[in-house]
Design a protein around this ligand. Structure first.
Ligand SMILES: Cc1cc2nc3c(=O)[nH]c(=O)nc-3n(C[C@H](O)[C@H](O)[C@H](O)COP(=O)(O)OP(=O)(O)OC[C@H]3O[C@@H](n4cnc5c(N)ncnc54)[C@H](O)[C@@H]3O)c2cc1C
Length: 474
């Protein structure tokens, strides 16, 4: 089917105003914030494949109609909502279609008796959190991209927020959902506190990166909003190994603060300047909930910290982090690093306690050795569990061989992180997802369970129209 027929067919179904063909709209809907694409874009290059159009349905029925048409003609389709992906996950194929849920937004119902809220897929997370706060609740979900991301994308990427140790990731917050399958069939997974009725079908969509269906509505948990009873404190500590050991003790003893962070000395210098002694790592803790609980958590963490060689820094570093934690979202479209001839980005992995320190150490040791143009490498742990934690690497490098070298050099950095992680049994993506740049490592990540993913795909999307290139290698 040629481009003209695709556009006319979709316009006939949904109305002309639902199908956007302006190059600027297509370009904006096709690009995310992965570091090398940012650099290319600021450099005046625009190498992202060109989609035929952007379809903007207003409701589930229109999503269903659009997908039935796209499936019938086998047309490559990329779902999107907020466009804050950092993994090339919303880049379309040449001539493909972008199915954009942004106009399907708003709160459908607030159920205070059952403590849940139902929203449409394009609801901005920041809008939802403000709405809940006004009613005395919080959603408990605070990814750094809170000002950018929308609910559909958060579910589809298995997102996690900065208060995850208390509230969990989006997988712990999603109660039920409505989605449209590739052929246009609408399905709903009902809201239940827990049930024993077979595999949990919500997980077909959580983290599916748009390749198994289009999420149209979601019901999420809500919690009392109690910022006034927060407890917070921070400590300087020498070395990441000591910091990781301290966090492990907090987690395995049973304390559940909302925020648990450990930044290495390189990040500390950038983030806190003189507020933290030079050469130290810093631990940040924040507990929230009813006052007796936060007080007990605070006391418990203080006792554990007292057994380590720490320097108590009080609550100031946590307060300063709280105030600035999402600022980067407002600078994403400024060429801050491009002006310095650099690509800067992040990459997150996870591993059990027995392996995480070694992975961190191996990456920090190997990258400067193998990349003469590396400018910065640092990292932090920001999401901890009883069994282990994540490391979120932050890096930058000089683009010293022209814009064409930005992507291969970027992939060199990522390759080191993926190899060192897989070698030690870690997982290659903690919360950003595979997107289209980590796909080649997915078979090794999943091992013998990888064929299951392919079987799911061929069953739910037999013509393979939905988001080709994420998670599956062909
Ligand atoms: C500055 C910054 C900070 C970030 N911080 C965090 C963080 O703290 N935690 C975190 O988890 N992530 C973070 N991210 C990554 C990103 O915000 C998340 O991946 C987010 O979940 C994407 O949501 P979105 O609405 O922007 O999705 P999009 O970018 O629109 O899409 C992302 C993926 O979801 C799929 N998708 C989107 N909508 C739907 C739908 N309705 N149905 C089916 N599939 C769909 C797309 O096909 C794509 O694969 C950050 C990104 C930036 C730029």
């Amino acid at each position: 089917m040629d481009k003209k027929d695709i556009i006319q067919g979709l316009q006939a179904l949904l109305g002309e105003d639902r199908v956007q063909t302006a190059p600027e709209i297509i370009r904006k809907a096709s690009t995310d914030y992965i570091g090398f694409r940012q650099y290319e874009r600021f450099d005046g290059q625009d190498w992202v494949p060109k989609a035929a159009c952007v379809v903007q349905p207003r409701n589930t029925a229109e999503v269903s109609q659009a997908l039935a048409f796209l499936n019938k003609h086998g047309l490559s389709t990329v779902p999107r909502t907020g466009g804050s992906s950092v993994t090339q996950s919303i880049e379309p194929e040449e001539g493909g279609v972008i199915l954009d849920g942004q106009e399907m937004n708003g709160v459908l119902s607030l159920n205070e008796q059952d403590m849940m809220v139902t929203v449409r897929c394009g609801t901005p997370l920041e809008y939802l959190e403000n709405y809940l706060n006004r009613h005395g609740y919080t959603g408990g979900h605070f990814p750094q991209s809170l000002p950018l991301a929308h609910v559909g994308g958060l579910i589809a990427t298995r997102s996690i927020g900065q208060f995850s140790t208390l509230y969990g990731g989006i997988e712990d917050l999603l109660v039920g959902l409505e989605a449209v399958l590739a052929d246009g069939e609408v399905i709903r997974i009902k809201n239940s506190p827990r049930r024993s009725v077979g595999p949990d079908l919500r997980h077909l969509f959580i983290g599916s990166e748009g390749m198994l269906g289009f999420i149209t509505e979601a019901t999420l948990k809500i919690f009392p909003y109690t910022p006034e009873t927060r407890w917070m404190n921070s400590w300087a500590i020498q070395g990441m190994d000591q910091g990781l050991a301290l966090i492990r003790e907090v987690m395995t003893t049973g304390y559940r603060p909302a925020v648990v962070r450990l930044h290495d000395a390189e990040e500390v210098q950038k983030m806190f300047g003189d507020a933290v002694p030079g050469g130290s790592s810093v631990l940040l803790f924040l507990a929230e909930g009813p006052a007796p609980i936060t007080a007990a958590i605070g006391q418990g963490i203080r006792e554990i910290a007292g057994r380590y060689p720490v320097q108590d820094l009080g609550s100031r570093p946590v307060e300063s982090w709280l105030q600035t934690r999402n600022d980067v979202c407002y600078r994403m479209d400024e060429p801050v690093y491009h002006k310095q001839g650099m690509v800067a980005d992040t990459c997150e992995i996870s591993a059990p306690w027995s392996a995480i320190g070694e992975i961190y150490g191996a990456v920090i040791e190997r990258l400067p050795r193998e990349m003469p143009n590396l400018v910065f490498i640092g990292g932090h742990s920001s999401h901890s569990y009883v069994q282990g934690t994540n490391i979120y690497f932050t890096f930058s490098f000089l683009v010293d061989k022209g814009v064409e070298s930005a992507r291969p050099d970027y992939m060199k950095v990522i390759t080191v992180m993926m190899e060192e992680t897989l070698k030690r049994g870690g997982s290659i993506a903690h919360h950003h997802g595979s997107g289209k740049y980590r796909t080649r490592w997915m078979p090794e990540e999943h091992g013998s369970s990888y064929p299951l993913l392919r079987k799911l795909k061929s069953s739910l999307d037999p013509r393979g129209i939905l988001n080709r290139g994420v998670l599956l290698t062909d």
